[in-house]
Design a protein around this ligand. Structure first.
Ligand SMILES: Nc1ncnc2c1ncn2[C@@H]1O[C@H](COP(=O)(O)OP(=O)(O)OP(=O)(O)O)[C@@H](O)[C@H]1O
Length: 349
């Protein structure tokens, strides 16, 4: 990417007192790209976003925004000079201003007619044009969040920063507002850094995802690459439950109760084999047999608890997610097969 556009954060490190919470983070966001920081609570996502915003001064490293150093040895610009837009869970609308006044707020200094036209354009984009004269307290949570998005985008920021912006909404509304937000951000081609702890949300929103753990970026790539080629067990299991087997490697194969799987690890030794529940399917010709302990329809998929036995390896309790709605009976013996693309083998920890 051209280093004069978008956001470039280089070797960012940050300490609170003696605790290091961001550890040598480097990332870049191209114009119009949406990058999600994804990770468990306390891994340093929000601190990284606050450093990009100018709300936190990093202990070391540089932040360059659209070609200008905004944080680093030569400059430390305050948030209001960075031309960034914010959308936070609790970034409330100004209660004393009507919806129109809220959206016009960031346009101070522009002629009144221009402010009004821009506010109307943005309210129209987020489907809130009919509410311009409403007060914030008259709106639902989802409507307020749409107005907050219009307000943040109205000044045409060079970067949008979103911190768990949908977590205050209930699930149904969240899905809808999330979808609308993605389309509005993409239509406006604004570079966006978003923080979430929800892998599904990251995959829904992001062009690329940076998975963070203990202040470091563990893997940064397109969502499908993270899902299909996770760098380590932490990334693999962050995208959903996995069945875990401790396995010995013999002749390049990891030995599990579900059969051997080709392992490209060097030499013999011990491995950790992770198998996604959706990688297991019923197959009368399958090579492994399981006893059904329980089976539940979860909606679009069924979850089947299986006990798998093996002549020489310990028995294993595992979960299979089946697309089928026909549930096997408790106690039934079924044959299963495993999709190798849903099997990940790493050296044992
Ligand atoms: N102002 C502060 N002073 C001291 N410690 C802080 C401060 N802000 C955050 N921390 C600590 O830094 C660590 C990283 O916090 P941060 O908010 O960046 O993580 P996060 O990944 O965004 O987690 P969460 O989703 O829970 O907010 C945490 O251990 C947190 O307690």
């Amino acid at each position: 990417m051209n280093s004069t556009t978008g956001l470039v954060m280089s070797n960012i490190t940050h300490h609170f007192g003696r605790t290091q919470v961001v550890d040598d983070v480097s990332l870049s966001i191209a114009p119009g790209e949406l990058l999600c920081l994804l990770g468990p609570s306390g891994c340093g996502k929000t601190t990284t976003l606050r450093i990009a915003a100018g709300l936190e001064v990093p202990s070391a490293g540089t932040v360059v925004l659209n070609g200008t150093e905004v944080s680093g040895p030569h400059a430390q610009l305050p948030p209001e000079s960075r031309h960034v837009g914010f959308l936070f869970q609790d970034y409330a609308l100004f209660p004393h201003l009507r919806v129109r006044g809220n959206v016009e707020f960031g346009l101070a200094g522009k002629p009144a007619a221009e402010r009004r036209a821009r506010a109307e354009e943005m309210l129209d984009q987020v489907g809130m044009a009919d509410y311009a004269e409403s007060w914030p307290h008259q709106l639902s949570g989802g409507q307020q969040q749409r107005v907050a998005l219009a307000r943040a985008l109205a000044p045409n920021p060079g970067l949008m920063l979103l911190d768990e912006p949908f977590s205050g909404l209930d699930k149904r509304l969240r899905d809808q507002v999330r979808d609308e937000t993605l389309h509005v951000l993409k239509r406006n081609r604004v570079s966006t850094l978003m923080v979430t702890h929800d892998p599904e949300e990251a995959m829904f929103m992001a062009d690329r995802v940076a998975v963070m753990r203990q202040g470091r970026i563990v893997q940064m790539d397109q969502p499908q690459t993270l899902y299909n080629q996770p760098a380590d067990p932490f990334v693999a299991s962050f995208f959903g439950e996995v069945n875990v087997f401790d396995a010995a490697i013999a002749d390049g194969m990891a030995q599990t109760p579900l059969g051997p799987f080709a392992a490209s690890l060097n030499g013999a030794g011990k491995a950790q084999v992770l198998i996604r529940p959706e990688g297991i399917s019923l197959d009368p010709a399958g090579g492994a047999e399981g006893i059904v302990l329980a089976a539940r329809l979860l909606g679009r998929v069924s979850l089947v608890h299986l006990r798998v036995e093996h002549p020489t390896l310990p028995a294993h309790h595992l979960h299979a997610r089946l697309a089928s709605r026909a549930l096997p009976a408790e106690g039934e013996r079924i044959r299963i097969t495993v999709d190798p693309s849903q099997v990940f083998i790493f050296p044992a920890a």
